[in-house]
Design a protein around this ligand. Structure first.
Ligand SMILES: [Zn+2]
Length: 216
């Protein structure tokens, strides 16, 4: 599969994004957060393009050739490759927030179990945890960090609409869970996005442990 770039995108820029995505994917895969070719990752390339993982590849073995260019309508650019089925959730972030430059979506066991457990409430309310401060814009453990849990569907426009409705209601959004599925989070660069993902994985794990201990 070969990638042809538009004249306005230097090869070095695309390769930098592809390498950063592949590196993050390998590390997240090593932690067991991307089982069975699941999960997808992207980075903004410019105001109207993003680099995203090609559908169906094992995330522990990604190289440059496993990343493709799309426009912000989710259409492939300069390649016959097929982007991830959930591409619309990535492009939604880039269209909504010009300052956001990376999106990570994983399916860890903790994320999956938490999404089922909190689905009935439609939200996980994190409060009192020091690590909430790892999320950009959260300055104290005393605030409440709300992570919505949206119903799963294979019909992406439905999920896109649920995310938009949450934002249009004026509620802050740093990440969301999809029921029985996994988590989405984003940031201004890959490092910030990784920090968000790791903090949320930790916080969701703590919430699950608390539930277990209180029930026993
Ligand atoms: Zn997924």
């Amino acid at each position: 599969m070969s990638q042809t770039l538009p004249a306005a995108i230097p090869a070095s820029v695309f390769e930098q994004r592809a390498d950063a995505i592949a590196e993050a994917a390998r590390e997240l895969s090593a932690m067991g957060w991307t089982p069975a070719t699941s999960s997808n990752f992207s980075m903004r390339v410019d105001a109207s393009h993003a680099a995203i993982t090609i559908s169906g590849r094992h995330k522990g073995k990604l190289g440059r050739d496993d990343i493709m260019l799309i426009d912000l309508d989710g259409e492939p650019v300069g390649t016959d490759a097929r982007p991830s089925a959930e591409t619309a959730l990535h492009t939604q972030v880039y269209r909504r927030w010009p300052e956001m430059n990376a999106v990570l979506h994983t399916h860890s066991r903790t994320q999956s179990v938490a999404s089922r457990l909190f689905a009935a409430d439609g939200v996980v309310r994190l409060q009192g945890w020091e690590l909430q401060k790892a999320i950009s814009g959260c300055h104290t453990h005393e605030s409440t960090l709300e992570i919505p849990v949206f119903p799963n569907t294979q019909h992406m426009p439905e999920l896109v609409a649920r995310v938009a409705a949450w934002l249009d209601a004026g509620k802050p959004l740093h990440a969301y869970l999809i029921d029985g599925h996994g988590i989405y989070t984003w940031g201004r660069d890959m490092a910030e996005t990784r920090r968000h993902l790791e903090a949320l994985e930790f916080l969701l794990g703590c919430e699950l442990d608390l539930k277990k201990l209180r029930a026993s």
